[in-house]
Design a protein around this ligand. Structure first.
Ligand code: AP5
Length: 228
C-alpha cells in the first residue's frame, strides 16, 4: 500500500518511553503513507509557545517531566482530530498515555467510525534512552529530528530536508527530567501495553535496532493492517 492505493483509513498508536523513536518513526511513516502525525507533545509545545491558557498550565508540568492532565490533553487532541486532513488516517505519537486517555480515545474513534488499526509498542532499554535524548536536536524551520551520533545531517550544520542552519534542543531533554519522564512512562503509560494486548491489536516491535530497520518493521505492519 502507498498513499495512492490506500482504500481505508489506517489509525496507528505508537507507544514507547521517551526516546524510543516514536517521533522519528511517525515522521517516516507520514512521508511513506501520507498519514498525519499527531503528537500530543508537539501540540502541547505549540500551546506553550502561543501562551494559551492550556499552554500556561502545561509549561511547568512538562518542564518537570510529569504528565499534563487528561482534560487538557484530550481537548487539544480532539481539536486536532477534527481537522479535515485526518480522514486518511493518523499516527498517534505520545497519546494515549493513561488508561483514562485510552478509554476516551476508544469512545472518540467509535464515534467517528474510525477504529484503531494497530498499537505499535516500541521496546527499548531505559538506560539507552538517556543518551538518545541527550543527543537529540531538531531543525528550527521544518522540525526534522537529528541526533549528535546516531542521525547527524549529511552535511554538518545543514538540515537535510529544508537546508536551514538553525537547530533547537528541547528544555525537557536533560538527564534528570528524562529519568522523571521514564518513571511517568512506567507508572502511567506502560499498563496500556496490557490494555491493548487484551483487545488483540498490540504489535510489539524491538526498537534498539538501527532507525531504518525499525522503520522496515513498521512499514510491514502498516501494509498488513491496510490490506486486512
Ligand atoms: P513528548 O514530546 O511526547 O515526548 P516523549 O514521549 O518523552 O518522547 P520523545 O519525543 O522524547 O521521544 P520519541 O520516542 O519521540 O523519540 P525520538 O523519535 O525523538 O512529550 C513531552 C511531554 O509532553 C511529556 O513529558 C508530558 O509532559 C507531555 N505530554 C505529551 N503527551 C502527553 C499525553 N498524552 N498526556 C499527558 N502529557 C503529555 O528519538 C529520540 C532520539 O533518538 C532522536 O535523536 C533520534 O534520532 C534517536 N533515535 C530514534 N530511534 C533510534 C534508533 N532506533 N536507534 C538510534 N537512535 C534513535
Amino acid at each position: 500500500m502507498d498513499a495512492e492505493t490506500q482504500t481505508h483509513p489506517v489509525n496507528l498508536i505508537l507507544l514507547g518511553p521517551p526516546g524510543a523513536g516514536k517521533g522519528t518513526q511517525a515522521r517516516m511513516l507520514t512521508e511513506a503513507f501520507g498519514l498525519v502525525q499527531l503528537s500530543t507533545g508537539d501540540l502541547l509545545r505549540e500551546a506553550v509557545a502561543q501562551g494559551t491558557p492550556a499552554g500556561k498550565v502545561a509549561k511547568q508540568v512538562m518542564a518537570e517531566g510529569q504528565l499534563v492532565s487528561d482534560e487538557i490533553v484530550l481537548a487539544i487532541l480532539k481539536d486536532r482530530l477534527d481537522q479535515p486532513d485526518t480522514g486518511k488516517g493518523v499516527i498517534l505519537d505520545g497519546f494515549p498515555r493513561t488508561e483514562g486517555q485510552a478509554e476516551a480515545l476508544d469512545a472518540l474513534m467509535l464515534d467517528r467510525g474510525a477504529p484503531i488499526s494497530a498499537v505499535i509498542s516500541l521496546e527499548v532499554d531505559d538506560e539507552a534512552m538517556i543518551g538518545r535524548i541527550a543527543g537529540r536536536y531538531t531543525c528550527a524551520e521544518c522540525g526534522e529530528g537529528y541526533h549528535d551520533d546516531n542521525k547527524p545531517p549529511a552535511s554538518e550544520g545543514v538540515c537535510d530536508k529544508c537546508g536551514s542552519t538553525q537547530f533547537t534542543r528541547r528544555p525537557d531533554d536533560n538527564a534528570e527530567t528524562v529519568r522523571t519522564r521514564l518513571g511517568a512512562y512506567h507508572m502511567q503509560t506502560a499498563p496500556l501495553i496490557d490494555y491493548y494486548a487484551l483487545r488483540g491489536n498490540l504489535k510489539p516491535v524491538p526498537a534498539m535496532a538501527p532507525i531504518d530497520d525499525v522503520a522496515e518493521k513498521l512499514t510491514q505492519i502498516v501494509k498488513e493492517v491496510s490490506d486486512g
